[in-house]
Design a protein around this ligand. Structure first.
Ligand code: ATP
Length: 310
């Protein structure tokens, strides 16, 4: 469980995080999504006790980052943006070093290393020097060091940066698997990553949370009334006027379409009202060629909330 309340962090006089609150429960994978410089890494550095906050509170499994940083560090596994691996050690030596530093006794270490390596798909490269591994395998090694002590909370800063498309899919699947029983906070500026991996998203912009929820929830709150895309066969004469007479319709705009069809963007009072439009078309003997509720994507949400492309 991660609980953050009114968190503030300044670098000198520069306010990087300006009052952020959120909570993440067990078994949840939450994405911290935002443009460069939004404050994602800073939030993570406070949660991992790298920086003290200048205001507000942050607690991990009930332990406060200021009051009990040692206990906090025992709860977490952290993968910083650059995986902190020693390139001249082999994977086994490196994980052994991390396991020892994490207080795992000698008797248990070998078994734990082998288990973690298997979980992260590293068994076949266990005795290879990290410097000779591909970026994907290095990232797996970084993930392995973050989970070797079986932490309940995982904090992953841009875990797929710099990987090729196949490696990205592998690491995302790995995170999804690991995340089933843990609390995971993952930062990214890749929209598809959030949609592929996360249960929920916190959109951060300029040191503040601009929106929070599932993609669908945020979309709904931004979108206002549901929008129906409707295409009818024929020239569409009189359709606009007739549609406006429906109680379920609040506005109608013509849309672009191909010859022989007439397209409309129809604003409805509720999503359920789409069924009434179907009945309306049948009653008025219109032939429906296309009809669907427009969905707002994460990309639209992100651009609208941060006023920036990615
Ligand atoms: P990115 O996606 O580029 O990693 P981010 O969302 O993680 O960005 P942060 O690294 O948290 O953003 O940075 C937030 C702001 O604080 C940025 O304007 C950054 O320049 C500034 N900043 C970060 N670290 C420091 C520092 N050590 N000293 C001064 N300013 C800093």
């Amino acid at each position: 469980m991660i609980e953050v309340k009114d968190l503030v962090k300044n670098y000198g006089t520069f306010p990087a995080v300006k009052g952020v609150s959120f909570s993440i429960g067990k078994g949840e994978i939450v994405g911290l999504l935002g443009p460069n410089g939004a404050g994602k890494t800073t939030v993570m550095k406070v949660l991992t006790c790298y920086h003290y906050p200048d205001g507000g509170t942050a607690a991990l499994n009930g332990f406060d980052v200021v009051g009990d940083p040692l206990a906090v560090k025992r709860q977490i596994g952290y993968l910083p943006e650059m995986a902190p691996v020693y390139t001249d050690l082999n994977v086994y030596e490196y994980l052994n070093f991390i396991a020892e530093a994490r207080g795992i006794g000698a008797a248990e270490r070998k078994r734990r290393i082998e288990e973690t390596a298997a979980e992260c798909g590293l068994s076949s490269v266990l005795y290879k020097e990290i410097g000779n591994l591909s970026k994907g395998y290095r990232q797996r090694t970084g993930l392995a060091q973050a989970i070797i002590h079986k932490p309940e909370i995982l904090i992953l800063d841009e875990p797929t940066t710099g990987l090729d498309p196949n490696q990205i899919i592998e690491i995302r699947n790995l995170i999804k698997n690991i995340g089933k029983e843990k609390t995971v906070l993952l930062s990214t500026h890749i929209l598809q990553e959030v949609e592929a991996v996360c249960d929920r998203v916190l959109i951060v912009n300029d040191g503040l949370i601009a929106a929070e929820g599932t993609t669908e929830e945020i979309g709904k709150s931004l979108k206002g009334e549901p929008t129906l895309h409707l295409v009818l066969a024929g020239d569409g004469s009189g359709v606009e006027e007739r549609l406006k007479e429906c109680a379920a319709v609040t506005a109608v705009r013509p849309a672009e379409t191909k010859e022989g069809f007439a397209a409309f963007t129809v604003q409805l009072t509720s999503e359920n009202a789409a069924a009434e439009i179907f009945d309306w078309a049948v009653k008025n003997r219109y032939r429906i060629a296309e009809m669907y509720l427009e969905k707002i994507g994460l990309e639209d949400i992100f651009i609208r909330l941060t006023h920036e492309g990615v």
